[in-house]
Design a protein around this ligand. Sequence first.
Ligand SMILES: Cc1cc2nc3c(=O)[nH]c(=O)nc-3n(C[C@H](O)[C@H](O)[C@H](O)COP(=O)(O)OP(=O)(O)OC[C@H]3O[C@@H](n4cnc5c(N)ncnc54)[C@H](O)[C@@H]3O)c2cc1C
Length: 400
Amino acid sequence: MPIPTRAAGLDALDDFVPRAGRAYARDRNLDLGLGPSRSNVSGLSPYLRHRLLTEQEVVGAVLDEHTLGAAEKFVQEVFWRTYWKGWLEQNPEVWRRYRLEVLDLLAGELPAGYEAAVAGRTGIDAMDAWVRELVDTGYLHNHTRMWFASIWVFTLGLPWQLGADFFYRHLLDGDAASNTLSWRWVAGLQTKGKTYLATASNISRFTDGRFSPSGLATTARALDEEPFPSRTPLEPDDVAGVVGDRAGLLLHEEDLEATSLLAEQPGLLGDVAAAAVAADPGDRSPAGVSDAVAYFTSAALEDAAERTRDASGRAAQVLTDAEPDSVVSWVLAEGLDTVVVPYAPIGPVHERLATLRPALASEGIAFVTVRRRWDSVAWPHASRGFFPFREKIPALVRQL
Ligand SMILES: Cc1cc2nc3c(=O)[nH]c(=O)nc-3n(C[C@H](O)[C@H](O)[C@H](O)COP(=O)(O)OP(=O)(O)OC[C@H]3O[C@@H](n4cnc5c(N)ncnc54)[C@H](O)[C@@H]3O)c2cc1C
């Protein structure tokens, strides 16, 4: 498992940068299995997902060593993450419906084949091996995620929502936008009618013959769904709310790097009167998360607490849980009049903060969110497909 600290993330970035150019573009689709051959991709996603590393510093470090032309593929992949997040932000109903559907599916009679699939007992050797890899390591290669989702939906005929939930519970990089929307993309819901069909020959070629499963679906008919309401406008301001005289900083699992966040808003917080960190990765699914995800998140939180100091030099307090009551107790004990949080994009933390806001308001405490410039600048371009967004990447890179 990657070490859940910012220092380890920076080391991994340093190590990967020389390979982020043409070598990445050439080899990134190969999944040759665990071990040194994995160095064809960065493995940075658990760090980016928790913002132990920021997209800005990852792209910055790569472009310090490569031209944009040479590192174009890698930079585009980092921007895929940004694109998915910006798209979901403008289509939050897609997330809400997914959440309700997972709840319903898990509460009802589970579809035939589901238990065998998540136990790695489908009889399709590749799928069973990937389930074990996902459960044991909290990671799957991108190409493998595509094959897995395609076989889940089109060969096994299982609901995509349960596959997305299974991934979300086990991936150290589990992300509401990238995960949900990638599954929808494979199923033909995200780009209407366009599906992704996994074939034995493609799997065999890109796993160097490790797998060549037989019996896979030969057609992939796009799934269908009720239409969604039209797009929701983005919040116009990076900072929403007004900071009082005694403000505390509360970090959560969507953004654990306070220094660069606050540097973007000089003067917003005179002094940080107190700091705290709180997370609940179990919010990802009604079925909770794997021990590996729980461990990664809690160790990342400890790391963030150690790095985040208040005005008198105290390390941030790690709250026992992320419930509104625990946050309110901390706020009252510290005599704060304001809680400042990094903006949480659509997903479980966003939902949790929506319940914290009224709990603070009832105590007369102001609640202020701060969105990173990276998101504010890029998200407005994520209103349509990835291809128009991709054309903006060189300009975004210059601007950011
Ligand atoms: C069905 C499915 C589910 C997925 N679920 C997640 C998820 O929950 N969380 C997640 O971070 N990514 C998800 N991805 C995207 C992608 O598979 C991972 O980001 C990538 O495999 C992470 O490995 P890496 O850091 O070595 O990637 P690299 O190839 O080194 O890419 C660098 C960074 O770019 C971003 N990135 C790369 N590819 C994608 C992509 N296709 N979409 C979005 N961002 C990308 C990641 O932040 C990654 O760390 C999913 C893809 C599929 C097909």
